[in-house]
Structures are given as C-alpha cells and as structure tokens.
Design a protein around this ligand. Structure first.
Ligand code: ZN
Length: 208
C-alpha cells in the first residue's frame, strides 16, 4: 500500500492517481507526483490535455492500406508519390515506422500491430498478416521486395519466417523477401535502434 493511500486523498484526485498508475512505466510514486502537479495546472491546459487524450480515440484510425495510425482513411506515407510502393517494410509497431522514417527509408510500410507469440496467446490471425497478403494480391504492382523488419527477438524471427512462407504462396506476383539484419543486435528492438544502425540494417538486408 502506497503512502498516498493512507493520506485519505479526495476521491477525484485518487481517481486520477489510479489512472496515471495504470500507464506503462508509471509507478505509484510517480502517479502521485504527476496528479499533484496537475492539480495546479491552469484549467485551460487541463481541458486541452483531456481533449488531446480523447482525440487519440475519436480522430485516429488505422490506414486502410498499411494499418499505420492515421487521421485520414489512407495515411500520408501511403499517399506519398515519392515513395517506392513496390518496397514494403513489414514492422510490428507504428513506432517502428517512426524509426524507419527517421532513417530515411524510401519504401512504404505494413504494420502488423504485434508479433506471433503463442505463449502469450497471439497467433497469426491476431495480427495484420492476411491484410498484407490481400494488399499484395490486389495490387497493380507485380514486382515487390518485402523487407521483414520485425525485431530480432525469437517472436520477431518466427513472425518473419511465417510471413515469408505465406508470401511464397502468392501466385502471379514476383516477390523477393529480405530480412533486415546487419548491425541490429540479436533480440534488438527496431524502435530503439539509432538511425545509422537502422540504415545499415536496411542496406545490409539479405534475401530469405
Ligand atoms: Zn498507410
């Protein structure tokens, strides 16, 4: 039981503390400190903060093509004509798109929103794999390079392997499947890799 719980905190404040504490990386002490800080924010700031929180639910959705987070039906990357649309990096999270964009990746993306992780109950049908297959099948483009840019963890590797096999079953398209590799430590997260490491990993990709 944290100190604050013994202090008889008014309900609205306790409510806020509980919500903050439910966020990843926020412990009881930090939640308490943040809540007390927020108490002294001007009302307008609080209103804008609450509005921003709500809008991530009401104004954002997933891109119909790549499943990245967007505020329109097709995201700004998928509608970017300067991008190479025959080069698709398959990533597990929207944060990986941010990292690869910073590394100046020239292609487009497909966001899986997870990896295959049977121990935690995630199978191939729980992430956007079939959407990738349909996307390629239905495309007017015939020649693709698909870069498997999932993390180098065991789950990331087995997800890459599973998708590679699915891609091989697509007929009528010429698909080269490559794996992002060099420079990334084993078990490494794409999201946390620096730009240079990511660029090297992209240019050092090998066919699988
Ligand atoms: Zn998109």
């Amino acid at each position: 039981m944290g100190d604050y719980q013994r202090m008889k905190i008014p309900k609205p404040l306790q409510n806020l503390i509980d919500h903050l504490e439910s966020l990843p990386g926020i412990g009881p002490k930090t939640a308490q400190r943040l809540a007390f800080n927020l108490l002294f924010f001007p009302e307008d700031n609080i209103k804008n903060f609450a509005k921003a929180l709500l809008e991530i639910k009401t104004k954002l959705s997933l891109c119909e093509t790549c499943k990245n987070i967007t505020d329109s039906s097709i995201c700004s990357i998928c509608s970017d004509e300067s991008k190479n649309h025959s080069l698709i990096a398959v990533v597990s999270s929207p944060l990986d798109v941010v990292a690869l964009q910073k590394a100046d990746f020239k292609g487009v993306y497909h966001v899986l929103h997870g990896v295959i992780d049977p121990l935690n109950g995630y199978g191939p049908e729980d992430i956007f794999i079939k959407e990738l297959i349909f996307r390629i099948q239905d495309s007017t483009i015939d020649n693709f390079e698909i870069i498997m840019a999932t993390n180098t963890s065991m789950e990331g590797e087995s997800t890459a392997l599973y998708i590679q096999k699915e891609l091989k079953n697509i007929s009528g398209k010429n698909i080269k499947v490559t794996r992002i590799a060099r420079g990334l430590p084993v078990g490494g997260d794409i999201e946390f890799a620096d730009n240079i490491t990511l660029s090297q990993a992209l240019s050092g990709r090998s066919e699988i």
